[in-house]
Design a binder for this molecule. Structure first.
Ligand SMILES: Cc1cc2nc3c(=O)[nH]c(=O)nc-3n(C[C@H](O)[C@H](O)[C@H](O)COP(=O)(O)OP(=O)(O)OC[C@H]3O[C@@H](n4cnc5c(N)ncnc54)[C@H](O)[C@@H]3O)c2cc1C
Length: 475
C-alpha cells in the first residue's frame, strides 16, 4: 500500500514541542520529510537603506537553533533536510520528486513571508498538492477571537478589553515521542556556517553572542526564569519598575519559534494567582498579549506597516532621511550618554531591553527627526530577536503613524534617562570613557565644569562627543 508522505516546512517554529503544524502532519501522514531552508535572499540582498536583512547575531542564533532541531529530530528517529536557496523552489522540487501529498507549515502574517508561501502554494497546485496551514504562532487561536482578523480593534487597550481574561488559551501539545521519517533517499544537507552565509568571520571579534539558539536552551531558560528570577525577586516593585526590569530575555527564542508563547504563558500562569508574583506575571502576560495584537495589526494592515504613512495612512512630515544624523545615532556618538550606552549594547549584543528600545527609537524620531523607517530597518538587521510584526508595529507607534500613537509624545530625555539608570551605573559600564564620573552627573557631562572634567581626564569633544542636540530644553 502506498504510504502517505507530508513535508513539514520548519520556518519560525524551530521546535518539536507545541508545534501544531508538526502534529497536523503526523496526524494526516504515515511519514514525513522535515525541511528547513535558509532563504538565500535574506542572506544576500540588502534592505532599502543598505543594511543586511539578517545581521550576524541573528544568523548565528538561527544556525544554532536549526542544529538543535536537527539533533532533536534525529533522537526521535527522523532527520532535518537542510537547504540554502528559495524555499518556494526547493520545497516544490522535493514535493514533486518524492510525490508527497502536502506541505505542512505554520502560517506567517507579514507580506514577504506571505508572498513566499503563496508562490509555493501556486506551484504545488500545479502538481495536485497543497499547503496545509496551521496557526501555531500566537497565544490566542485566531479562530477563538470574538472578531475576524480584519476587525481587530486598532488600539491595544480596546483589544485587551475584548480578549484578555475572556478568551481561553488552548492547552500546549507535547513533542511527539517518535517521528516516522520518509525512507526514500534525500541528501540531508550540511548546516551552513556564518562564512557560507556571506559573513565576515572577523566581524565576530569584539561582539558578544549572549543567546545560544535552540529549543533545548529556550525551554531551559523558561525553567530558569521561573525558578531563579521570578521566585527569587522581591515582589515590592511598582508597575513601572516591573515593566522596566528583570524581563525574561526570551524574545529571541519566541521570535525564532524555539519556544511557543503558549508554553511560556502556561509556565507563568501557574503563578498568576500567587500574591507574591501576580503583578509581575500579569505584566509579562500583557507583553505576550501585546505581541498577538501586533501580529493581528500586521495581518489587518498588511504592507501598510512598512510604509512611511504607517497604519494611520498619515505621514509624519517632520521626519527626513537624514543619513548623517542616523549614522551618529547608530554609531553611539550623539553625546547623550544613555543613548550612546544603549546603542553600544545593541551593536555588540544584538539585544536591547524594552525600555532601551523605546528610548533609542524615540530619540531618533523625536530629537533627531529622522524617518522612523530607517530605524526600523536597522533594528531588523541588528536585533537577534527581530520579528516583523513586533518590530514594525512598535516603530509605527513611535513614529507617530499608528492609531495607538499619542498626539503629544514629547518627553524630557534626561528625566527619562535618570529614571531608567538612576545612578548612572549602566552608562559607566558601556561608556568607560565616562567611568570616572562617579555619580549620576554622568547623565549630563556637558553640564560639568570643563576644569572639573579635566581633573577626571575627560575632554568633551575629544574623549566623548559634545551633544548633537540642544540640551537647554531638558533643563
Ligand atoms: C522600537 C521597538 C522595536 C521592537 N522590536 C521587536 C522585535 O523585533 N522583536 C520582538 O520580539 N520584540 C520587539 N520589541 C518589543 C520588546 O521590546 C521586546 O519583545 C522585548 O524587549 C524583549 O525582551 P524580553 O524577552 O525580555 O521581554 P519580556 O518583557 O520578558 O516579555 C516577554 C515576551 O513578550 C513579548 N513582548 C513583550 N513586550 C512586547 C512588545 N512591546 N511588543 C511585542 N512583543 C512584546 C515578547 O515576545 C517578549 O519576549 C520592540 C520594541 C520596540 C519599542
Amino acid at each position: 500500500m502506498k504510504q502517505n508522505t507530508g513535508i513539514v516546512w520548519f520556518r519560525l517554529d524551530l521546535r518539536l514541542r507545541d508545534n501544531i503544524s508538526l502534529v497536523d502532519a503526523l496526524q494526516s501522514c504515515d511519514q514525513i520529510i522535515p525541511v528547513y531552508v535558509f532563504d538565500e535572499r535574506l542572506y544576500s540582498l540588502k534592505s532599502k537603506y543598505g543594511f543586511r536583512r539578517i545581521g550576524i547575531h541573528r544568523a548565528e542564533f538561527i544556525i544554532e537553533s536549526v542544529n538543535d532541531l536537527r539533533k532533536s529530530l534525529q533522537k526521535s528517529g527522523a532527520d532535518l533536510i537542510i537547504r540554502f536557496g528559495k524555499p518556494e523552489d526547493i520545497l516544490f522540487e522535493i514535493a514533486r520528486k518524492h510525490n508527497t501529498t502536502a506541505v505542512f507549515c505554520n502560517k506567517e502574517r507579514t507580506s514577504e513571508e506571505v508572498s513566499v508561501q503563496d508562490t509555493l502554494e501556486q506551484k504545488l497546485w500545479s502538481i495536485g498538492q497543497e499547503i496545509r496551514y496551521s496557526r501555531g504562532k500566537m497565544l490566542y487561536h485566531t479562530g477563538d477571537l470574538p472578531f475576524p482578523v480584519n476587525h481587530t480593534p486598532d488600539t491595544y487597550a480596546a483589544f485587551y478589553r475584548e480578549v484578555g481574561k475572556i478568551i481561553p488559551i488552548r492547552p500546549i501539545i507535547s513533542a511527539p515521542s517518535s517521528i516516522p521519517m520518509y525512507p526514500g533517499s534525500i541528501e540531508p544537507g550540511d548546516l551552513p556556517d556564518l562564512k557560507s552565509l556571506h559573513f565576515d568571520i572577523e566581524q565576530k571579534e569584539g561582539l558578544d553572542f549572549i543567546f545560544k539558539g535552540g529549543e533545548t536552551t529556550g525551554y531551559q531558560k523558561i525553567d530558569d526564569f521561573i525558578n531563579y528570577n521570578l521566585k527569587t525577586n522581591s515582589p515590592n516593585h511598582n508597575w513601572e519598575e516591573m515593566r522596566n526590569s528583570q524581563t525574561t530575555h526570551l524574545a529571541p527564542y519566541i521570535s525564532a519559534g524555539c519556544i511557543s508563547v503558549r508554553s511560556l504563558y502556561s509556565a507563568l500562569d501557574e503563578y498568576s494567582e500567587h500574591n507574591r508574583y501576580k503583578k509581575r506575571v500579569k505584566c509579562l502576560i500583557h507583553g505576550l498579549i501585546r505581541r498577538d495584537f501586533y501580529r493581528l495589526m500586521a495581518k489587518k494592515n498588511r504592507n501598510q506597516i512598512f510604509q512611511k504613512t504607517g497604519i494611520s495612512h498619515k505621514a509624519n512630515n517632520q521626519l527626513t532621511d537624514n543619513m548623517e544624523l542616523f549614522e551618529i545615532w547608530k554609531d553611539a556618538k550623539t553625546g547623550v550618554p544613555l543613548l550612546d550606552a544603549f546603542m553600544r549594547e545593541l551593536n555588540k549584543t544584538g539585544y536591547l531591553s524594552p525600555e532601551g528600545r523605546f528610548f533609542v527609537a524615540s530619540f531618533l524620531v523625536e530629537e533627531l527627526k529622522v524617518n522612523w523607517q530607517i530605524g526600523a530597518e536597522y533594528f531588523e538587521s541588528i536585533l537577534v530577536d527581530y520579528d516583523p510584526s513586533s518590530n514594525w508595529v512598535n516603530w509605527n507607534h513611535i513614529g507617530g503613524v499608528s492609531l495607538d500613537s499619542k498626539e503629544d509624545r514629547y518627553c524630557n530625555i534626561v528625566t527619562r534617562a535618570r529614571k531608567i539608570d538612576p545612578h548612572g551605573d549602566f552608562i559607566r559600564e558601556w561608556l568607560p570613557e565616562l567611568a570616572s564620573i562617579q555619580n549620576s552627573n554622568v547623565h549630563e557631562p556637558y553640564k560639568i565644569d570643563p576644569d572639573e572634567l579635566k581633573k577626571l581626564s575627560i575632554v568633551l569633544g575629544e574623549d566623548y562627543p559634545v551633544p548633537i542636540v540642544d540640551t537647554e530644553k531638558w533643563i
